[in-house]
Ligand binder design. Sequence first.
Ligand code: ADP
Ligand code: MG
Ligand code: MG
Length: 318
Amino acid sequence: MIEKYGMKLNDTVLAEPHQMGLYDDLMSKKAELAAGGGAQNSARGAQYMLPEKSVWYVGCVGDDEYAELLRRNCKEQGVHTEYRVDKEKPTGRCGVIITDHHRTMCTDLAAANEYKLEHLQQPQIWSMVESSKVYYVGGYHLTVCVPAAMAVAKHAAETNKPFLLGLSAGFIPQFFKDQLAEIVPYADYVFGNENEAKAWAESQGMDASTTVAQAAQKMAEYKKVNSKRPRTVIITQGTEPTLVAVQGEDKVREYPVLSIDSSKINDTTGAGDAFAGGFLAGVVSGEDVQTCVQKGQWLAKLSIQELGAAYPQPKQTF
Ligand code: ADP
Ligand code: MG
Ligand code: MG
């Protein structure tokens, strides 16, 4: 399948016309359906570790069965959703090919690409933004509606509330460099994996020998609007230690990941999303960085034992 659709192992790509057949192809092979959306996975993850009604989510879906599935899934997990419903495009899909512990992903954003600032600016939605305490925007959204992401980022900076940003995929720093440059100055926390950190370093003209730690440090020192909060950059590296660079610190901190028996790993899709969710829960609870990392790793470890970015029921406690 990976070869047939012109992908490489572990790719995270946006579907090109020649790859659109992948979805029906997967479904005809009885692929399983799991709720997704990178940031939405993190939202469900954070809610898993927080008191009831802590998390709400905005995004855009189509008027179809898949949207209903996402709504139901979020509701079951206690995440309140405020979707913009696009009448023309179907709900976005991500085809995931799982081979051993690798996941190769091909995303057709479809309706997910149709989020609009006007949706966020509706009085009842914007008042929910104003009464929220912590904000997270996934990097994928930078392909969709930068003004909506910026509205949230600016509100957070003006009110000195934490704004967190995910890099989501290597192609974001690579092909959405300007959009990223607009929002990173507002980010108090940035999440990424090793490939995304390297892609960002490359986009900044750093040479190929730049280490992941150096990339993280460079991003931590990138210009910042809200000077009341130093920027923290968190780079996960699969089974390798999680790196944390904090603006103004000369040493990058390292946190080994929680080991897991390889036979227990079911699907590593969304490991990074689950990590961000756990970390977010830590930030919401006012924990220090080390505890936030531990919460992230704990939730990621649970999630990779499930199919998709899912969290086990009955609920386990940190
Ligand atoms: P992404 O899904 O964005 O590529 P990573 O692969 O870096 O993110 O995974 C995020 C986190 O999930 C890691 O820091 C680690 O805590 C956990 N994790 C991922 N893969 C494994 C694994 N094979 N064994 C144990 N933990 C893992
Ligand atoms: Mg990875
Ligand atoms: Mg990721």
